[in-house]
Design a protein around this ligand. Structure first.
Ligand SMILES: [Fe+2]
Ligand SMILES: [Fe+2]
Length: 214
């Protein structure tokens, strides 16, 4: 294991950001399952909720190993605002809007952050590569579900009033994360453009309209 002492704290902080994301995804998918009458959709969402709980437990033990006393979590305020927005779409029985928020936009952001984290950790030869691959594969399936579900309901998805607010908050989250991910990539401010490429093409146009400088 090759991890410099001064990197431990920063890596633990990044992991605590993932931990808070996993907890949000776990709670959100469990609530979403109650909104669907379709048995396959319900089963997928309940499975996702269980997987997110497993991911949270993996990250929790990694933090305990790196920093037993715990660390400050980056972007905590923005993540709380994001969960509030997800809850508001669920409270409105709007499964499509919550899917846009969770399985499309949130998972697309998580994919970028987790992939760079994984790459940085591989370079440090810390191990646990199998469990990290398992988590990434499960996250891919969550994003794919979101893309398929919203493609099947495309017109309503394009007209969802929530998308702009989700995208604005994700942009805030990326900005708050910039300095943390510099440990892995000097150009971590470019993560936002990678995130955009994970989105459906109609939504990419929307993000470009919102953030013309990206
Ligand atoms: Fe997860
Ligand atoms: Fe996920």
């Amino acid at each position: 294991m090759q991890i410099a002492h001064d990197e431990k704290h920063r890596i633990a902080q990044i992991i605590s950001f993932f931990l808070s994301g996993e907890k949000i995804a776990h709670r959100c998918a469990a609530r979403q399952a109650k909104l669907s009458n379709d048995p396959l959709t319900r089963r997928f969402l309940l499975t996702q909720s269980r997987q997110e709980k497993f991911h949270a437990s993996v990250f929790q033990s990694a933090i305990m190993w790196l920093r037993p006393k715990g660390v400050h979590c980056p972007a905590q305020k923005q993540m709380q605002q994001y969960e509030d927005l997800l809850n508001s779409s669920i409270d409105n029985n709007d499964l499509l809007a919550s899917t846009l928020g969770m399985q499309v936009i949130f998972e697309a952001m998580g994919d970028v952050a987790l992939s760079h984290f994984n790459h940085g950790i591989n370079k440090r030869n810390i191990g646990y590569s199998k469990i990290r691959q398992t988590i990434l594969a499960q996250e891919d399936a969550h994003l794919e579900f979101g893309l398929n579900y919203t493609e099947a309901n495309k017109t309503a998805a394009i007209n969802s009033k929530y998308t702009e607010d989700y995208l604005t908050l994700i942009n805030d989250i990326f900005i708050s994360l910039d300095s943390y991910f510099e440990i892995f990539d000097e150009d971590s401010h470019l993560y936002h453009s990678e995130f955009q490429r994970n989105l459906p093409s109609w939504m990419q146009h929307e993000t470009l309209n919102n953030y013309p400088n990206n």
